[in-house]
Write a protein of this length. Structure first.
Length: 234
């Protein structure tokens, strides 16, 4: 079997370009053609050497590479099948480690909420350029409270950290400085479908409903989201 370098040569891919693609996927977990000139160039490289990227990621990290040509993006999907479809709090790739800590529960709820809103608005055919859908901050906050019994944190730094992680993972676009305005707009990207599966939203909503039925006290973060974090396969 040819070495990776030999295979790259036959595809006219420079080693430094190959390394740049892998570094981006490891650090961010996401590569989209729509994220600027540099990312567009790396996306084109990734298209040419997708098999080699997959081989390296599988051997070194036990990860798989997902490619959606319809939305022109690659996403790293670590450690086996993602039957539920949420980031696993136990995974040790850097992009997953950063989700640990104080912001993890709120991030998970925000991620689920965006997927729920995206699915609803697609059905209503409220689709904008590039397959994106737009929601106001008020819609997002209300949906988060109603469906997952979670509010955005009061601390501005905590709230910004959640939104910046959503942006980093390629699921939403917004002006971070405008998000205190209730009429500010969040643009949900179609790439969210490769990070959060439909089954994740359905399981979380069902868990929250069951928790609500069993207890009148839902003032704290519901157990359902904790369960989703621990049960998620990838």
């Amino acid at each position: 079997m040819k070495s990776i370098q030999d295979r790259l040569k036959t595809k006219n891919v420079k080693l430094e370009e190959f390394q740049a693609v892998n570094a981006l996927l490891i650090s961010r977990g996401f590569l989209s053609r729509d994220d600027g000139v540099r990312h567009r160039a790396l996306y084109m490289v990734a298209q040419r050497c997708q098999d080699e990227i997959q081989d390296v990621l599988a051997f070194v990290y036990g990860a798989s590479l997902f490619h959606d040509p319809s939305t022109s993006h690659f996403r790293l999907q670590p450690f086996g099948a993602r039957d539920i479809g949420l980031p696993d709090i136990g995974e040790e790739i850097e992009i997953r480690r950063e989700l640990k800590g104080a912001v993890h529960k709120d991030f998970t709820a925000a991620l689920l909420t965006l997927k729920l809103l995206y699915d609803e608005l697609i059905v209503e055919r409220r689709i904008g350029p590039g397959g994106r859908v737009a929601v106001r901050v008020t819609e997002f906050v209300t949906a988060m409270k109603v469906n997952f019994k979670v509010d955005l944190p009061a601390a501005d730094s905590h709230r910004k950290a959640i939104f910046m992680k959503l942006k980093k993972h390629g699921v939403a676009e917004f002006n971070i400085d405008e998000l205190k305005d209730e009429d500010a707009v969040i643009s949900i990207r179609p790439e969210i479908a490769s990070l959060v599966y439909d089954s994740a939203v359905a399981a979380a909503v069902a868990s929250i409903q069951q928790s609500s039925d069993n207890s009148e006290d839902v003032t704290e973060s519901p157990a359902g989201i904790d369960d989703m974090e621990m049960d998620a396969a990838g």
